[in-house]
Design a protein around this ligand. Sequence first.
Ligand code: FAD
Length: 473
Amino acid sequence: MKMATLEGSRKTIDDALIKAFKNSIQCEVLSEGESDYDEARVIYNGMFNIKPALIVRTITVDDVVKTVNFARDNNILLAVKGGGHSVAGKCLSEGGITIDLRPMNDVQVDPEARTARVGGGTLLGEMDKATQEYGLAAPGGIVSDTGVAGLTLGAGFGWLRGKYGFSIDNLLSVDIVTADGQFRHASVSENEDLFWAVRGGSGNFGVVTTFEFRLHPVGPELMFCGPMYPAENAKSIIAQWRDFVTQAPDEFSSLLIMMTVPEFDIFPEEIQGKDAIMLAGVHCGTVEEGGRFIKPLREMGELLFDLSGPKKYTEIQSMFDSPLPQGSMICYFTSLYLETFNDEAVDTLIKSFDERPAKLIPFLVEDLRGASMRVPADKTAFGDRSAPYRVELNSAWLDPKESDSNIVWTRENMDKFKSFSSGRTYLNHSGLNEEGEELVKRAYGVNYERLRQIKKKYDPGNLFRLNQNISPA
Ligand SMILES: Cc1cc2nc3c(=O)[nH]c(=O)nc-3n(C[C@H](O)[C@H](O)[C@H](O)COP(=O)(O)OP(=O)(O)OC[C@H]3O[C@@H](n4cnc5c(N)ncnc54)[C@H](O)[C@@H]3O)c2cc1C
């Protein structure tokens, strides 16, 4: 079989060698032409048609160890897939091996200790369902079919960040298979350098088979804030939101959503297709406190619709899921941290929103104040947390012929925010990683050199390179 090498060339791997590898592991291995192969390579972003030579659907740590060893010993390009939400398509390897961890989605909750052990292929919705059985939750993201793995390794921004920080701030340990095939435990007291590095360092350091999280009492019902205003009044509504949320308690995490109202059942038919601003947020205190706090946000002008109200945490966590199947939209998502969201930045956002050609996905502005912002830059690999806002310009469309122009439009419009930003971006949300090392270097800032040293220690040959890659020192 011809397979892609780490350097990008092709080489022939002896059939007997592949057969011996397959016989040595317990799990399914798929290649082109076999049933389930095409289904296994579907990812969120429909831009890609990547065909790995082998998709190894690991079910045990031993499967992962043997696959890492096989790829390394034979110099084969290796990708690691959790939930498949990499917008840059880095979770599949063209012509190489893809470790697909989806079958490893076991979640074990210890309600006494308030911890959960979560398999490396678990989706957020699966983790939330298991932890909510005990009235507990770990901070995650806002879309339930995102993978816990890729999200956490990048940081993990969600509705609990104001009170409890990012996902990485609640990570207690990981079990990880490193490039040498060793299975290691990393925490604040064991392999500390590795534990520091995985908290923001993306998939650079190995295959995480288990994440251990600290859990918090959450819900079961929380107050969701969802007033929607017509986009014609965007300037006044956005300025009021910006000024109001600076006073918010940690319990309230807020997200400005600018969208063309989709044809989702939760929205009345008469507003579907209209441009709207939603002042979304979640208050994780009592429903009564939350209701009192969000009242002014619901009275900032004439409403188009209002989704506010007490809702189950698990319902909130899937409110923004796409009703379309994975892979049906073509996407380009990009983001920047903003030092300021002054009136000029607001005008820039509104102009881009009005002119955007691809309208299937909203633009977002996150107010980042709260617990996540108070963590020092060197505490985790993720780096600087001082920016109070993060803006996301997201474009999604259906026709591949529109791809080039939509990508160019999105990049050019994101660049217009550079004067309000230090230029750092959230690596989990950074286009197709076109800028390569420069982008990664800027994102990690003062932590970059330390990350390169740790990469050299655990992955000197850069086996784990299909990610926001940190080159070994
Ligand atoms: C619709 C959508 C909504 C999103 N919402 C949020 C949000 O609310 N908050 C937020 O912070 N981010 C969000 N993101 C960004 C998201 O965090 C990243 O896309 C993340 O990489 C997805 O993780 P995944 O496991 O699904 O992705 P995958 O594509 O499976 O993996 C992405 C990368 O992570 C690495 N990786 C995956 N699994 C493992 C593992 N077990 N061990 C080691 N490395 C691994 C690999 O390098 C891989 O290339 C969203 C993305 C999308 C598309």
